[in-house]
Design a protein around this ligand. Structure first.
Ligand SMILES: [Zn+2]
Length: 76
C-alpha cells in the first residue's frame, strides 16, 4: 500500500502498511533514503508544506498501473 510521507524537504511516497514515525528512516519509491522529523508528522503538529517528489509520483503511477494490468491479465 502506497502512502505519502514528507521527509527531508520533500513529500515522498513509500510502500508500507504504516506511516513512519519521527526518527525513522524509510526508502522512498524514488530510491531516496530519508528520515522523518517531528515536523513531518501532522499528528504531532507538523505541516506538509514541502513539494511533492516528482520521481515518487512517477514511480507511484508506474507501479499502480502495473498492478492494475496484472489484475486484468489474471482475474481472480
Ligand atoms: Zn521521492
Amino acid at each position: 500500500m502506497f502512502r505519502w510521507q514528507q521527509a527531508e524537504g520533500k513529500r515522498h511516497a513509500l510502500d508500507g502498511p504504516f506511516a513512519p514515525r519521527p526518527g525513522e528512516t524509510f526508502t522512498a519509491l524514488c530510491g531516496a533514503e530519508v528520515t522523518v522529523a517531528r515536523r513531518d508528522v501532522p499528528q504531532l503538529g507538523g505541516h506538509w508544506f514541502d513539494p511533492t517528489c516528482s520521481d515518487c509520483a512517477d514511480e507511484w503511477l508506474r507501479q499502480d498501473g502495473q498492478a492494475r494490468s496484472n489484475e486484468e491479465r489474471c482475474p481472480a
